[in-house]
Write a protein of this length. Sequence first.
Length: 301
Amino acid sequence: MTDQHPSHAHSLAEDLQRIDSLMARRRALKWFAGAGTVAFLAGCGGSDAESAGTTTATATATPTPTPTPTVTPTPTSTAATGTCIADPQETGGPYPADGTNTSAGSTSNVLTASGIVRSDIRASFLTTTTVATGVAVTFTITVVNVNATCAPLAGYAVYLWHCDRNGTYSLYGSGAGESYLRGVQVTDANGQATFTTIFPGCYDGRWPHIHFEVFSTLSNALGGRYAILTSQFALPAGACSTVYADTTTYPASRTNFARVALSSDNVFGDNSTAQLAQMTPTFTGDPSTGYTATAVIGVAR
């Protein structure tokens, strides 16, 4: 076998001399490296926060690869401001018509009915074409992912429903013959879905509200019983007082609204301030020209 290191053929004395020389050189290099590290750390002093991030650096004699520390800016999160948090799960109530309960001995599931996908939900579409009357509202909802910096969720389906100006829900009780104020919309590239509806009335015992369910796809929505979130919007007190002042259009709402409080409502009463802020839509406009409303729905995906 051929020797790969012919230069190693020296006497023992020569080898010892070479070893002593190498050890001396390594001790010198180690000292200079340590001195360089101390000088580097002394020259990088900053704020308390920055110093706290480098306190463990003095424990090693190895210089850092980057001579100038890079300060990473604190990311801005809309979730921290309360504009993008996960909406709480709430009851669908006794009148969802989503296949989860029964009415008059039969299960009502309007989600499987042809025509449920629509933007203007003021008219009935099953057995009649009755149009629900009241103060007009154009309501735009934005669905976002709270686990992805509030990124919009496109292609999600939102089922929206609420009572009429008299506090009656379609498909149940005295409103069983109607199918108005219910509809499904799919979110666009901005995560938005818009509904044209009316301002709901206030019935006894509940803060004025709008129900909704969110589905990850339209096919899931139309199949029924696949909601990833069921919750409610709380209508703003100022708009309620203004709308319900018209006791001709909303005959019982003014009296009923005077008897309820958001803090004692059986749905909204136990929610946090941040949750209530997100669950309360922003309304602009007036009863004569109608309102434009916007709200965010946060889901964890």
